[in-house]
Design a protein around this ligand. Structure first.
Ligand code: TNX
Length: 534
């Protein structure tokens, strides 16, 4: 009997020990799995473009109505970035966060601290380091531009509700961790064709916000084409009164006064985006030719054109007046363009002889130089005697890109088969064209600018630009449909290191943007290629 009782006792003790061990093991596993792969880790958030380096740490920062934005230098530049952040955070949080000088007594906890640093750690002006601790958020860069890029990261670390226009009653937690980040290419942009269809200043501002959210830094405006001249030139007023009056489909066109254009430039500057104006020439000029008979070789104006054919118009290369005209146009636009570039188009000039074309580009090149701007042109411009440092925008011809490189030009990558945002996603897309390709979201993302064209390597490339031609795109909702969700992918191609990019992983991060896109009220394409997290 006694033996039996002893056995039972031992059995109970053994089982209790096993149970305690089991529980301890379970708790350890449960805890470690929480901190390893938890949604709360910074490295598990769905940042686009993916940063160069993310270090996780325990904890989180809570943004509250008592948070202040502290700046360390008394510089107007950094103050304007701080104000941007405060304004950005206001609608969804309802907080009116003050911007203050960072002194001893107000560097208590709970604040966002912005600082400039001359540390060599910063690879370039756009590089930043963002550290989120329980007590404070520290954002550092070598310039206000870097701070601005870092703010876009902070934005994506906040709950998706931060994108709302109305006050949301939630906790504004940001998971702790440290990000060190810098871009791979210096030119990361998108083009908007405002000629085929005209877009208002407000719509262009909206487009600027889209680019800024993904750290793009160039906005290329296609300001003239056969269907419309969209920028006021004071010495040639009929360009806009006649040439700007229509658009594709024969509907009413429009144009930007120089004041409007300045407003766009200013808005872009506030988002650290450089405006690249394009006047397309010598082809794609029907709107100008229709406005002034004297610009035509036979002194007769053609009718305004509202179809979508290309390649039928040309300025009169033999007339001196043509170069006076170009000089006035470039001069007036250069004077209100603080950015370093002037885009001269140069594509599809099928109505200009080769000889005339090269003569024309060579002369225009000198005019652009006279006004202190750097030339960008579509890849065809390489047939002329282009000077060292000109940027050839590769869109169609690999041969042109390679020849441009041989002339010491730099290459801007806009391959139409991959980067044209006006291409349909597939044959069922309600908007867009497909002459180059159907471009699904994976096709748009899954390529590398530095190994696309044989002989064109990373050192030859200034960056990437995704153009949106607008033959079939009429308003901002259409723009949103073509741009989202391809644009974030182009931004990542331009920003993130190649070694961190892979479609299978990217599509998960993109899928996690679903709620954010919905709150941003975007008319985006719900591609079946993306696992949307609804
Ligand atoms: C080609 S791409 C063009 C544009 C059209 C576009 C439509 C390029 C340099 N020229 O004039 O709008 O195709 O996709």
């Amino acid at each position: 009997m006694e033996n039996q009782a002893n056995n039972k006792k031992q059995f109970l003790i053994r089982n209790t020990i096993i149970a305690i061990f089991g529980l301890a093991l379970f708790l350890t596993l449960a805890f470690s799995s929480r901190s390893n792969s938890s949604e709360n880790d910074m490295s598990q958030t769905s940042l686009i473009p993916i940063p160069v380096q993310i270090e996780d740490s325990e904890g989180s920062f809570e943004l509250t109505s008592r948070t202040a934005i502290l700046i360390s230098e008394n510089e107007a530049e950094i103050e304007s970035v701080a104000n941007y952040l405060s304004e950005f955070l206001k609608p969804a949080t309802g907080f009116d966060l003050p911007v203050k000088q960072n002194s001893e007594e107000n560097s208590r906890s709970g604040n966002i601290i912005l600082a400039l640093s001359k540390d060599s750690e910063f690879q370039n002006e756009e590089a930043y380091i963002l550290e989120v601790l329980d007590e404070n958020v520290h954002l550092e860069a070598s310039s206000s531009e870097g701070l601005f890029r870092g703010i876009q990261t902070l934005r994506q670390l906040l709950p998706a509700e931060i994108e709302s226009n109305t006050v949301q009653d939630i906790k504004w937690n940001i998971t702790s961790g440290k990000i060190k980040d810098h871009p791979q290419y210096s030119y990361r942009g998108a083009m908007l064709d405002v000629s085929r269809h005209f877009f208002s200043v407000e719509e262009v501002k909206q487009y600027i916000e889209f680019l800024a959210a993904y750290k793009m830094n160039k906005l290329h405006l296609h300001l003239s084409d056969d269907q419309g001249w969209r920028i006021e030139i004071k010495k040639w007023p009929k360009l806009t009164s006649i040439g700007g009056s229509k658009e594709v489909g024969d509907t009413e066109g429009g144009f930007y006064t120089q004041e409007d254009y300045k407003e766009i430039v200013k808005y872009a500057q506030k988002h650290y985006i450089i405006v690249v104006p394009e006047i397309d020439m010598p082809g794609h000029t029907n709107a100008a030719l229709a406005s002034y008979p004297e610009l035509n070789c036979d002194d007769k104006s053609p009718e305004l054109y509202t179809g979508i054919e290309v390649g039928f118009s040309s300025l009169c290369v033999d007339k001196e007046l043509t170069y006076e005209f170009i000089d006035d146009v470039i001069g007036e636009i250069a004077a209100i363009t603080p950015g370093p570039y002037f885009h001269i188009g140069g594509d599809e000039s099928h109505a200009t002889s080769k000889e005339d074309y090269n003569y024309f580009i060579n002369r225009v090149q000198k005019i652009v130089k006279k006004y202190g701007k750097k030339i960008i042109g579509w890849d065809e411009i390489q047939t002329a005697a282009i000077e060292e440092g000109v940027i050839a925008q590769f869109w169609a011809s690999e041969e042109n890109a390679v020849a441009a490189k041989k002339k010491k030009a730099k290459i801007l990558m806009s391959p139409s088969k991959r980067a044209y945002m006006d291409m349909q996603y597939d044959s069922l897309s309600p908007l867009g064209l497909h002459w180059a390709a159907y471009i699904e979201v994976d096709d748009a993302y899954d390529w590398n600018p530095s190994n696309l064209v044989p002989e064109i390597t990373k050192d030859d490339i200034v960056g990437i630009e995704a153009p949106l031609w607008t033959e079939t795109i009429e308003d901002i909702e259409d723009v949103e449909y073509m741009v989202f969700p391809r644009l974030p992918g182009y931004a990542e191609i331009g920003w993130s290191p190649d070694s961190l990019r892979n479609w299978e992983e990217y599509k998960i991060r993109l899928g996690k943007q679903y709620k954010r896109f919905k709150i941003m009220d975007l008319n985006f394409y719900e591609s079946p290629k993306v696992p949307w997290e609804k």
